[in-house]
Design a protein around this ligand. Sequence first.
Ligand SMILES: Cc1cc2nc3c(=O)[nH]c(=O)nc-3n(C[C@H](O)[C@H](O)[C@H](O)COP(=O)(O)OP(=O)(O)OC[C@H]3O[C@@H](n4cnc5c(N)ncnc54)[C@H](O)[C@@H]3O)c2cc1C
Length: 355
Amino acid sequence: MVGGTREIGYDRLIVATGATPRRPRNLPDINGVVVLRALGDALALRAAATAGARVLVVGGGLIGSELASSLSTLGATATIVEAAPVPLVRAFGTTVATRLSQLHERHGTELLRGVEVVEVEVVVDPDGAARVSAARLSNGRRLDVDLVVAGIGATPATRWLAGSGLALNPRDGAVVCDGYLRSSDPAVYAAGDVAEWPGGPAGTRTRLENWSNAGEQGVVAGRNAVTGHAPTAYETVPYFWSDWYGHRIQFVGSPLGDDVRFYRTAGPRYGFVALYREGGRLAGAAAVNGQKMMMKYRRLIRDGASYEEGVALFAGELAEDPGGSGDLALARPGGATAPAALNEQPGLLRGEDGT
Ligand SMILES: Cc1cc2nc3c(=O)[nH]c(=O)nc-3n(C[C@H](O)[C@H](O)[C@H](O)COP(=O)(O)OP(=O)(O)OC[C@H]3O[C@@H](n4cnc5c(N)ncnc54)[C@H](O)[C@@H]3O)c2cc1C
């Protein structure tokens, strides 16, 4: 059914309706409390985030981090509140996530870890519209804010499938697929943020929210839907990227390795590659400003390469940075150099109260 009125028949259907951003349950739906998903959200946010605006970013994940970075480019002041002690552990593992989170502080964005928003204060304008004016945090702080933007995750956009008979994961509503991206109805396939399939480690069920997965699943679901016979199983080495403060952050593979080593990239621009070992295998690779390397690591991981093969791949261009405690310097925007930027140990990070 399209638009609630028009029926279109199908032989095969592909569900690719993406995800809907979560809103913090304790925050009111008023002016100045927003989420980001569609172009319209981004345009409204850009209009509101004028130079000097004080913005509270709820969630220090990939979207919250990109938000804080873009807001600082616009001249707004972003403060991130992150409920976990270290953000992005699920995506990068603790060691690399700790280093990455230091990028915020190095670029003037306050990151409050282990802190949540308890409530927001609201003022009513003369025209009767309510808008946010301040936020109270779980560490007792009160922040004057003009805008609150939440980046706390998304859930599969499948409410329209309720009652369809299609098997949905009761936890998040994802379309439950087999290894060929076929749903519980053999005529219906799914791809992208909406789909879960047995593609995690050792065949565990998983769902990925990134661009490359959506594109690659679209190809496989489309092919399987039209060819029907001899379907292709969807197998991938996960890959995503994110841009913060002019740095390209990338990840391939799995962050579950039991050992992570850092390597400095050559050249004047700040950068590192972190290689994850699981047993003897290369399990994953993370990089800051290591663009030309990541697709090669992705191929190695896909081929089941050993950790040593991963280390050898760019042996001439990478220098080991033992324990991440060397004296790397991080180029600040404008060319000046900050000392020991990403090599500070977690214990040297600023406290939760920003001291
Ligand atoms: C702010 C932001 C930044 C991101 N940055 C990155 C990044 O740097 N790198 C990266 O790899 N990934 C990034 N992602 C994630 C990436 O955008 C998604 O994983 C990808 O877009 C998923 O593709 P999709 O086709 O599954 O869903 P979508 O791109 O969301 O497309 C789904 C479409 O379906 C439409 N739709 C929904 N319901 C219905 C319905 N009932 N009927 C008809 N149409 C419907 C939606 O309006 C939407 O247009 C980002 C996401 C966000 C929100």
